[in-house]
Design a protein around this ligand. Structure first.
Ligand SMILES: Cc1cc2nc3c(=O)[nH]c(=O)nc-3n(C[C@H](O)[C@H](O)[C@H](O)COP(=O)(O)O)c2cc1C
Length: 367
């Protein structure tokens, strides 16, 4: 249970970190969408480990295979199964941790729940599980781009206290990918790179914030009451490993303002529908998109597995010290960027398809 997401554009991910393969089954993708495995691979390459000195040195090639749902380069409307075989799986690196619980990782809770744990590599709690989400997200992004002109760009907005100034109207994936830290503000990026490098050398880790903007989203997406667009985005983001906080628009900072300061005044738009002069709502009002860019932020904690010595307990409930070995990300943020984009794409694709079943009758005549 718990491995499926979405109602119409629905994904199920499978696989453990050091098992045979990880992957996804996508059901509900419309037929006739042109799709090439290279497009999936491009997104997986942005997620994969070993891309720079700021990520884990694990060299996982992460070659995508599409095993069903395509014919002559187009989707068939049938389930699309995609997988990546696990190749650089060194279980020996986890041998010394198999009988104890890494602080703030999923080791103890997984064992408390299931009474068994694939201890090598973190099993299902490993970020390798997100490969399936990114592969599915690549399809959702393409669908949204081609069918609705929707564009999604995420970037690292903050590492510890270092924050970036970014223009949400113009920021592009190319600008983001020019930076090792995936931060399109050159000055902030440099400081972030230095910070991540410094903690990596000390065998420690840091966290931060990924911000994401989705542009050209039409008004009307989201299903009140329990499947509001912001509620589904929150569920998507907080399902990511190491995600600890979620905000839309002004988020927590909005509490410092009064209503008159915080409101987004409506202004007549050029295309005959209202626009807003500001966007503190982050493009969502009443759980429904209002046609403005959707803006959200996700807080990721510092990576749990660190080489710095820490207190923990063994499976026999004895106090032990752990200075973890293995190859871990000193900061998950640069690799989290394509993962956040993928989850936003999955939520929007699902709601965009769902809205097509709502908007079927002609508009009412003015009274
Ligand atoms: C891109 C990415 C890479 C990650 N890499 C590591 C890692 O190398 N080591 C680690 O301990 N945790 C890593 N994590 C986080 C763990 O998977 C996560 O903290 C763990 O499953 C416990 O879940 P929780 O932090 O959500 O409570 C990574 C997360 C992401 C998003």
């Amino acid at each position: 249970m718990g491995s499926s997401f979405g109602k119409v554009f629905r994904i199920t991910t499978f696989g453990e970190s050091h098992g045979g393969a990880v992957g996804v089954v996508v059901d509900g993708c419309p037929p006739r969408l042109a799709l090439d495995v290279a497009e999936i691979q491009a997104d997986l390459d942005r997620r994969r480990p070993g891309q720079s000195r700021l990520t884990t040195p694990r060299q996982e090639e992460d070659r995508a295979e599409i095993v069903s749902g395509l014919f002559e380069g187009r989707t068939l409307g049938s389930p699309i199964a995609m997988l990546v075989r696990n190749r650089d799986a060194r279980s020996s690196a986890y041998e010394d941790m198999k009988n104890l619980y890494r602080p703030s990782h999923a080791d103890y809770t997984t064992e408390a729940k299931y009474g068994i744990r694939a201890w090598a590599g973190g099993g299902r709690a490993s970020a390798r599980e997100t490969i399936g989400r990114v592969a599915a997200g690549a399809i959702a992004r393409k669908l949204l781009r081609e069918a609705a002109g929707i564009e999604i760009v995420a970037f690292v907005q903050q590492i510890q206290e270092i924050d970036a100034k970014v223009d949400l109207d113009t920021v592009s994936a190319d600008q983001v990918d020019e930076s090792l830290a995936r931060c399109p503000d050159a000055e902030a990026s440099e400081r972030m790179v230095e910070r991540i490098d410094a903690v990596r050398r000390r065998g420690d880790s840091v966290g931060g914030v990924v911000e994401c903007v989705a542009r050209s989203v039409p008004p009307g997406l989201g299903e009140p009451i329990f499947e509001k667009l912001d509620a589904d985005l929150a569920a998507a983001m907080l399902s990511l490993p190491a995600a600890k906080g979620f905000e839309v628009g002004s988020g927590f900072s909005g509490v410092a303002l009064t209503g008159s300061e915080h409101n987004d005044p409506f202004v007549p738009g050029e295309d005959g529908r209202p626009r807003t002069a500001s966007n503190r709502s982050g493009g969502i009002q009443g759980g429904i998109s209002n046609g403005e860019p959707i803006v959200l932020r996700v807080a990721f904690k510092p990576t749990a597995t660190v080489q710095t010595q820490q207190d923990t307990v063994s499976k026999d409930n004895e106090a032990v010290k752990l200075a973890a070995s293995g190859r871990h990300d000193p900061c998950v943020l640069p690799r989290a960027v394509p993962i956040v984009e993928s989850m936003v794409a999955l939520v929007l694709a699902d709601h965009w398809l769902r809205q097509r079943s709502v908007d079927v009758l002609p508009p009412l005549e003015p009274q």
